[in-house]
Design a protein around this ligand. Sequence first.
Ligand SMILES: NC(=O)c1ccc[n+]([C@@H]2O[C@H](COP(=O)([O-])OP(=O)(O)OC[C@H]3O[C@@H](n4cnc5c(N)ncnc54)[C@H](O)[C@@H]3O)[C@@H](O)[C@H]2O)c1
Length: 284
Amino acid sequence: MIKKLCVIGAGTMGAGIAQVAVEKGVKVAIRDIEDRFVEKGLGTIRNFLGRKVEKGKLSKDEHDAILGRLKGTTSMEDATAGADMVIEAVVEDMTLKQNVFAELDKLCPPQVILASNTSTLSITEIASATKNPQRVLGTHFFSPVPVMRLVEVISGDKTDEKVLKSALDIMAAFGKTPIRAKDVPGFIVNRFLCLLYNEAADQIYKGYAAAQDIDLGLKLGSNHPMGPIEIMDMAGVDVVYNALKALYEMTGEERYKPSPLFERMIRENRLGRKTGRGFYDYTK
Ligand SMILES: NC(=O)c1ccc[n+]([C@@H]2O[C@H](COP(=O)([O-])OP(=O)(O)OC[C@H]3O[C@@H](n4cnc5c(N)ncnc54)[C@H](O)[C@@H]3O)[C@@H](O)[C@H]2O)c1
């Protein structure tokens, strides 16, 4: 197990990854560009842990020890100092990620593993911004990170097999189940999910089935814990549309071409729970 993890980006995913590691006894430094973002990330972790204490799932002593291992900073130098591994979770932008990796490559000794939590970008392309691409790979966590058990571990063209093995072991030590994925658009899981969501929208668009029947069909007939329509309303219709569009553009495969229903719903501001209406109506 590693002793210190550095997390770059204190948003939804960065805070979740930091929490998972710090709860497993690892020292964590989390870095964002402004104090208010660092504070927001730390606040999310404190709230999550506070609720665990209230529910009796964590003792006050354990809670204090966990927070004692966690540090927030805006300095790249402080965050990376002494780290055995860095996980980047900044916004999904290739140029930004390449800049972050070029800087990490200069700051961290060559044995330090550099991982990206990207959900759509190429690991090989991110790694090309470094002089040591053999130590760069992807660790794709799922949201909410403290709850979801899977991590896709993605090797780029130049990733060293030993680095990949170490990352798989570290993810397991974080309490996650890692799976190996190739550096292809959507890795493994999102390639399936995007097809499922597109098919669900297409059946509604063509008038083949009602939303409730699709959700019940997959929950009762295929043991899915939630129906695809419920999930799209929760994640955001625009978010699902953008993921599909990106996958369609990257693969050129017709099966990922977003159903016309998505654009119509976006025009009508039916984005899901966040706007009160999506496939279902939440205003009543
Ligand atoms: N949200 C999800 O469900 C999800 C799931 C899997 C993977 N991802 C991926 O994880 C990454 C982060 O997503 P998120 O949802 O946490 O985004 P987010 O917008 O919640 O957080 C991103 C954070 O990065 C910070 N940031 C920007 N530039 C930075 C820099 N140079 N150094 C440090 N911090 C910087 C921002 O200030 C922000 O706080 C993205 O690549 C995304 O595709 C997201």
